[in-house]
Ligand binder design. Structure first.
Ligand code: AKG
Ligand code: FE2
Length: 220
């Protein structure tokens, strides 16, 4: 299966992500790969994670509320062969660029997280991804659509209630978001927000390099 489109300029994406902390691209992957990912999420046993009634960091300046369905697996898990192939293909694609980004030499995404936003009940409030994430995180949208907003903190340390929006991007089938994580460039993580779907349901694939794989909602 062909994975990436010829027009996908990973070098430009890496440079933008290293400097700005994030980059969006459209049409990164082939329709065939997008369809295979969409099929793979439909085979998952998705569970609702309710961090609206039970927010993360409740009451703190970095409180995060979110609601969606999810299924997370480690690389090579039998339920995610397509996600696994994509993680390895991304590492392979960076090989010719390692002279420019030697810090990416160990980059291999090892957490494969499918997420579905069912309707306007589902969204994620402004947040930074986990501080334990490494190097680069990648999110593909397979179907549906939603706005992602990017923010700069107005306080130090950041308080997620006092933010300045710096950018936004309408995700849709075939779009991808790269986010900087510790170990790449300054390593500073950009605050982002996922709005309720404009076209629902919205299905995404979150790929991260992290020391421990997220547990199912039923086990947290
Ligand atoms: O839905 C998306 O595009 C991004 C999801 C996200 O930011 C997250 O799961 O941390
Ligand atoms: Fe995120």
């Amino acid at each position: 299966m062909r994975i990436f489109r010829d027009s996908f300029d990973l070098q430009a994406i890496l440079e933008r992500t290293r400097v700005a902390g994030y980059a969006f691209a459209s049409n990164a992957v082939t329709d065939e790969l997008n369809a295979a990912l969409a099929e793979e999420i439909r085979r998952q046993r998705l569970e609702v994670g309710d961090h609206v009634n039970y927010p993360i960091n409740k009451g703190a300046a970095n409180e995060v509320r979110q609601m969606h369905e999810r299924a997370y697996h480690p690389l090579d898990h039998a339920d995610v062969p397509v996600g696994t192939e994509l993680c390895r293909a991304l590492s392979a694609l960076t090989q010719p660029m390692l002279h420019a980004y030697p810090e990416l030499e160990p980059w291999l995404l090892n957490e494969i997280g499918y997420q579905q936003y069912r309707d306007d009940r589902d969204w994620i409030s402004p947040h930074r991804d986990r501080a334990t994430d490494r190097l680069l995180s990648v999110t593909f949208t397979m179907f549906g659509s939603a706005w992602i907003r990017l923010y700069a903190p107005e306080t130090d340390p950041p308080d997620y209630r006092h933010l300045r929006q710096t950018d936004q991007f309408l995700t849709g089938p075939g779009t991808v978001l790269f986010l900087r994580a510790p170990g790449f460039g300054s390593g500073q993580q950009i605050i982002h927000e996922v709005m309720p779907p404009v076209v629902a349901p919205r299905g995404i694939l979150n790929l991260r390099m992290r020391p421990t794989i997220l547990k199912p909602p039923s086990e947290t």
